[in-house]
Design a protein around this ligand. Structure first.
Ligand SMILES: Nc1ncnc2c1ncn2[C@@H]1O[C@H](COP(=O)(O)OP(=O)(O)OP(=O)(O)O)[C@@H](O)[C@H]1O
Ligand SMILES: [Mg+2]
Length: 252
């Protein structure tokens, strides 16, 4: 039940900065796609544009067959697009289950009344517990978020993005700040979602080894544009990609 994503001619300027400058992107249903590129390349802005957080200056976005250009993030979340943010957006003073339950309720257009017993939200609670099991946090449902280990915070970010059972999942640096040994289990979550549920995954990441080991295709961004795209083997052999990452001047 993965959903494909297509963007055509996306542009977004911030003042004099062309954060995204004419990006075309097509992600197939069920694909695991990485977007890589140096700091400031426009990766997070691209996510903002396709997930409805920021309207594009120009260009069009399609989720599956439907044009979604200009749709607000909430409506998109209900249409099957889930996303996580580069900076975590959890409630530190709530526990893990409450954070995911809140996301499930928001996703379903319902408000959370803290005075209403949690047991009353049995359907939403069940969804939240399912999601926690998917990211390996079932045994930490009652922990306060501020007391979680960093790796578990990153799992929770993914759980929140999964609240609405998205067919298209965008993860902005799901591995940031994690030691090498902690990255594997998170990448395992991504692979399982794609394999078992057919979820389409689009993620950004700076650790190139993780990208090469997980993504089926890679889109390389540089200065707001797409510099290269292809399989891990194609992209890692591309001299333009190497020079962009090493900050060298290309041959022409
Ligand atoms: N809300 C904003 N206001 C002004 N400028 C912005 C805003 N968001 C992004 N930019 C600028 O747009 C450019 C692209 O930023 P973006 O965050 O998309 O890059 P990125 O590829 O995600 O980088 P990183 O790898 O550091 O996360 C940068 O020059 C950034 O300063
Ligand atoms: Mg970013």
């Amino acid at each position: 039940m993965g959903i494909g994503l297509k963007a055509v001619g996306l542009h977004k300027h911030y003042g004099g900065v062309a954060a995204v400058a004419g990006v075309d992107l097509a992600v197939d249903p069920g694909e695991i796609r990485a977007v890589i590129g140096p700091n400031g390349a426009g990766k997070s802005t691209l996510f903002d544009l396709v997930s409805g957080w920021v309207p594009p200056d120009r260009g069009r976005v399609f989720l599956g067959e439907r044009e979604i250009t200009g749709w607000p993030a909430r409506r998109l979340a209900r249409t099957g697009l889930g996303r996580s943010f580069q900076r975590s957006n959890t409630f530190a003073g709530l526990d893990v289950l409450e954070n995911v339950l809140t996301a499930v309720l928001v996703q379903r257009g319902r408000a959370w009344n803290p005075w209403r017993p949690l047991g009353r939200y049995s359907d939403e609670r069940e969804r939240a517990l399912t999601v926690l099991a998917e990211v390996g946090l079932a045994d930490k449902a009652g922990r306060l978020v501020r007391e979680l280990a960093y790796g578990d915070q990153k799992r929770l970010d993914i759980a929140i993005a999964l609240a609405g059972q998205p067919g298209m999942l965008l993860l902005d640096e799901p591995l940031a700040g994690l030691a090498a040994a902690e990255r594997q289990p998170i990448l395992g979550i991504v692979r399982r979602l794609a394999r078992d549920q057919g979820t389409t995954v689009l993620f950004t990441e700076h650790d190139i080894d993780s990208v090469l080991a997980t993504a089926e295709r890679i889109t390389v961004m540089h200065q707001g544009g797409v510099l290269a795209e292809g399989t891990p083997a194609e992209v890692s052999a591309d001299p333009r990609v190497r020079s962009a990452f090493l900050g060298e001047e290309g041959p022409g």
